[in-house]
Design a protein around this ligand. Structure first.
Ligand code: ATP
Ligand code: MG
Length: 138
């Protein structure tokens, strides 16, 4: 089944000029970009996006990081999109990420890990709608 996931290229990757390289890996893995924008999340929006982690000890650090510079948000389409994209990005901590994954190549640490990937079809739909209206999805 063809379906969709949502991704963000995080501020650390934007700062390092890794956006193009990450998008190339995403395309090479067979994902079609059906929506994309570069934007800067304020602390309010970043906090809202990661609200599920509000009680976690790293929440403050996460919100500060995600709002420190521009991100690129995108919706991606592919068969088995959510699971396959999580495989492509690799483990949350790049020290545990497999060879060939985006985080292995571009992430610096568990906090500054270059990319976000939705963890379920339901969250992919919610997260995609957070950034894009229907007219912005192709
Ligand atoms: P994401 O949701 O961004 O794709 P993930 O699903 O691999 O990442 P989550 O457990 O959802 O991991 O954590 C969300 C984000 O919070 C991580 O990507 C990372 O930026 C940050 N984070 C997670 N654990 C820690 C930690 N122990 N210390 C600092 N930051 C963390
Ligand atoms: Mg997550």
């Amino acid at each position: 089944m063809t379906n969709r996931t949502f991704t963000m290229i995080k501020p650390d990757a934007t700062e390092k000029g890794s956006t193009g390289g990450i998008l190339a890996m995403i395309n090479a893995a067979g994902f079609r970009i059906v929506a994309m924008k570069m934007t800067h999340l304020g602390a309010g929006k970043a906090g809202q996006f990661y609200e599920v982690h509000k009680e976690r000890p790293f929440y403050g650090e996460l919100v500060e990081f995600m709002s420190r510079g521009p991100i690129t948000a995108a919706i991606l389409e592919k068969e088995n999109a959510v699971e396959d994209f999580r495989k492509l990005i690799g483990a949350t901590n790049p020290a545990n990420a497999e060879e060939g994954t985006i985080r292995k190549k571009y992430a610096a640490s568990i906090g500054e890990n270059a990319v976000h990937g939705s963890d379920s079809d339901e969250n992919a739909a919610i997260e995609g709608a957070f950034f894009f209206n229907k007219l912005e999805q192709f």
